[in-house]
Ligand binder design. Structure first.
Ligand SMILES: Cc1cc2nc3c(=O)[nH]c(=O)nc-3n(C[C@H](O)[C@H](O)[C@H](O)COP(=O)(O)O)c2cc1C
Ligand code: SF4
Length: 401
């Protein structure tokens, strides 16, 4: 009977893991953990319980830092010490009790921390293009320690009951900084040419695979191109994706590497029509065209052709028409949606009930400016929510990003 279902509601698999549909909740930083310890609050468990109940085939957690200098924002989830495991286990148990599956996204922010005054580390002392802050250069020994930290984080993810591990290798964070000629100007074994720039990613994958064991699902977000001049180019990344596939990565999510702004990855007003803009009071949309859907499609297609592995396509996937087209064309296998799930955690159930067309999220990015300040939520859902956003963001007087 499943042939009669829309393609995005049909089963698929990543490695040995079978998923009941192709709808994936994209990694979304929660701001629901203790700022000192990184241990999660009950709200984190409740968030993932409700997402699992909403019917997504797979959930990706927000990025969790593997060591303390890898923390990107306040109240981010940690997976850098064993004390983090108990809370994460409660979350995976809640997901499993609802019949869901969840991967842990593990990462390190490198030079891209949103924490004022943070002393950041990176392959070289190149200033981060978003924050213009110069990081400290990692010694070769410190790089080895970081590879081990990724391995230890993977062990904790397995202990906490996650169904897979998603390695954050994009968006300007540490792995993508090693991969890029813009940010990696080293001349030792960790930089200097394309092969050595890829070494950190390869070693992280090996460490994760060694801890997780054969067959345990491991996927990676990969920065396919940088958006800065003299940055990483596609050919180099495609070769890298093949090498990572040989080391046991089971699927890729494609995105940018080094970026000038988060808005290049988290684009505004995707596929939002005039009437939807007015209903949602996003009048800025009326003076600019709607954002393009599925904006990493070309990256997804290229990585799929290079590796033959499942591609999880993130970035402005918004309508059932586009989802069907992406899967039918073979450009992507799984539809990863981030902001639409913030607004509608039960979106898959609604689609399974026959809803077609677009999503309620208008990609206004109010949720983004609260990352690291307030627990994750949609601030556009009602006039009261918008008022609360205005108060917290502007009157309470904090910088956004
Ligand atoms: C509030 C917020 C938090 C995010 N946190 C993460 C994160 O922890 N890890 C990650 O890989 N991407 C993160 N992203 C980026 C999304 O996963 C995704 O790449 C981006 O929002 C584009 O997809 P969308 O159009 O479906 O929202 C975040 C985005 C938003 C809006
Ligand atoms: S605040 Fe709500 S509508 Fe705006 S981008 Fe975030 S989830 Fe979508």
């Amino acid at each position: 009977m499943s042939e009669q279902k829309p393609l995005y509601l049909q089963p698929g698999s990543i490695g040995r893991l079978e998923l009941p549909n192709r709808l994936v909740r994209g990694a979304t930083s929660e701001t629901m953990a203790d700022d000192e310890t990184g241990e999660v609050f009950d709200s984190f468990v409740d968030l993932y319980r409700s997402l699992a109940a909403g019917g997504a085939g797979l959930l990706l957690s927000g990025h969790m830092y593997v060591e303390v200098r890898g923390k990107a924002s306040a109240m981010q989830t940690g997976i850098h010490h064993d004390g983090c495991v108990a809370g994460l286990r409660r979350a995976t148990e809640a997901v499993h009790a609802e019949g869901g599956r969840i991967f842990a996204e593990i990462g390190h922010c490198g030079s891209q921390a949103m924490l004022p005054g943070a002393r950041t580390v990176a392959p070289s002392t190149v200033a981060n293009p978003m924050y213009a802050v110069e990081p400290e250069e990692l010694s070769a020994d410190a790089v080895e320690d970081l590879v081990a930290a990724f391995g230890a984080a993977a062990r904790r993810a397995v202990e906490a009951g996650f169904d897979g591990i998603h390695i954050h290798g994009g968006n300007g964070y540490l792995i993508s900084a090693f991969a890029s000629p813009y940010s990696n100007t080293r001349s030792d074994d960790w930089g200097g040419d394309a092969h050595r720039r890829g070494r950190f990613f390869r070693e992280v994958v090996k460490a994760v695979r060694a801890e997780a064991g054969e067959g345990f699902p491991v996927t990676a977000r990969i920065g396919v191109e940088d958006s800065v001049p003299d940055g990483l180019r596609r050919g180099e990344s495609l070769e890298r994706s093949r090498e990572l596939a040989d080391l046991g990565v089971d699927g890729f999510e494609t995105t940018f590497g080094i970026m000038r702004s988060y808005l290049q990855n988290i684009r505004r007003f995707v596929a939002v029509g005039g009437a939807q803009a007015v209903r949602n009071l996003v009048f800025q949309r009326l003076v600019q065209p709607p954002g393009e859907e599925a904006y990493y499609r070309e990256f997804g297609r290229a990585v799929k052709q290079a590796t033959g592995l499942p591609v999880l396509l993130v970035g402005g996937v918004r309508t059932t028409h586009t989802m069907t087209d992406l899967i039918r064309s073979g450009d992507a296998d799984f539809m990863v949606l981030c902001r639409p799930f913030i607004r509608e955690p039960d979106l898959p159930l609604k689609l399974a009930a026959g809803r077609e067309g677009g999503v309620e999220c208008v990609s206004c990015n109010m949720c983004l400016v609260h990352d690291g300040y307030d627990p994750l939520r949609c601030w556009r859902k009602s006039p009261v929510a918008v008022g609360s956003h205005l108060w917290r963001h502007y009157v309470r007087n904090r910088p956004g990003h």
